[in-house]
Ligand binder design. Structure first.
Ligand code: 5GP
Ligand code: MN
Length: 323
């Protein structure tokens, strides 16, 4: 691993100006790792612009440097010497276009990554892209201050489900501890992220939980949230983040599925599993992707038929587990 980190560090040293991006609909890890990366480059006296398709979700607006994220460039992208994609498995997932004349670096921890850059550091053994940016900053001899630290801690915290997922490794816990030593305040970050909810978020959670259905064998829990439920409660898709995790608290449940209706016959499906089932493989089959135990896809079709297909794939894996 050290060899690739040093190669990435060497690559970064070569250039002076960078455009940083990530996947659309940013989450704690994509937002946190991008801002931290920009601070690291700034500390190296380099020029960095963060360009995303979507603005920073309100829940992450407290992060130091959140104002760095732009949704339109301040100059031509061709003028940047280099591009950095963080937490992003494919160029399509960015929802925007960075010219391929700009040499690029790809840092990601997703299982399915297209390795679309000239240099790709993809490691599914990492809890988060933030963990990778921490290791990179270390290789670049940039010690994390509280600004870098708060962003990296947020990425690790959110992508490990508050240190509960299988990806919670000794290394990621050590890094979290080092960030706290550097001045990060875990209780403040947790209350910013998890303690600033709006009524709509709790109302949509209530609607979701009362829509829960179980498969006959009690191993698959499914929630369908129709567009009208979001309208009724004045809630957005972002307000429904985290809901998919609740059904996994039922003892028998191996896989939790959340269908959010984007439009008639078009769903954003979130998959969560315990250890056994590789949901990234199933999401991939529907054009999506993600991690072994947390994945997503946008799927067109009839809800009942899609659910049947997904359930079949889950039962196949339960009978014949993937390695
Ligand atoms: P969520 O269900 O929270 O939206 O996403 C869970 C995981 O699946 C995240 O790691 C995310 O990157 C991945 N994911 C979600 N939606 C998509 C998608 O449409 N395409 C791909 N490739 N990955 C997705
Ligand atoms: Mn991530």
């Amino acid at each position: 691993m050290t060899a690739i980190i040093n190669e990435v560090a060497g690559w970064i040293r070569k250039y002076r100006s960078f455009v940083i991006t990530s996947h659309e609909a940013g989450d704690g890890d994509s937002i946190g790792s991008q801002i931290a990366m920009a601070f690291v480059l700034q500390a190296m006296k380099k020029d960095a612009l963060i360009l995303n398709k979507d603005p920073v979700p309100e829940i992450y607006d407290f992060l130091p440097g959140a104002e760095k994220i732009r949704t339109s460039p301040n100059r031509k992208l061709e003028e940047f010497e280099a591009g950095i994609y963080l937490d992003c498995g494919s160029t399509e997932r960015t929802g925007l276009t960075i010219p391929d004349t700009v040499p690029c670096l790809n840092i990601d921890h997703h299982l399915n990554n297209d390795r679309f850059c000239e240099l790709n550091w993809v490691d599914a053994g990492m809890s988060s892209t933030a963990e990778m940016v921490y290791l990179l900053a270390d290789a670049l001899s940039i010690p994390p201050d509280t600004s870098i630290g708060s962003n990296l801690y947020t990425g690790i915290l959110t992508d490990t489900g508050c240190f509960t997922y299988n990806s919670t490794s000794p290394r990621c816990l050590r890094i979290a501890a080092a960030l706290v030593e550097a001045g990060v305040q875990p209780s403040q970050i947790s209350s910013q992220i998890y303690g600033r909810k709006k009524p709509g978020q709790l109302l949509i959670l209530g609607a979701a939980l009362s829509n829960l259905t179980m498969s006959e064998d009690q191993k698959i829990a499914t929630i369908l949230l129709k567009g009208e439920a979001f309208e009724r409660h004045g809630a957005t898709f972002a307000d429904a983040e985290g809901i998919v995790n609740y059904p996994l608290t039922i003892a028998s449940v191996e896989v939790s599925l959340l269908f959010k209706e984007m439009s008639e016959g078009f769903f954003k499906v979130s998959f969560r599993s315990r250890k056994k089932v590789n949901v990234a493989a199933i999401a991939e089959h529907f054009g999506g992707g993600g991690h072994r135990n947390a994945a997503g896809a946008k799927i067109k079709g009839n809800f009942t038929l899609i659910l049947e297909q997904i359930s079949k794939a889950i039962h196949q894996q339960l009978a014949n587990p993937l390695p």
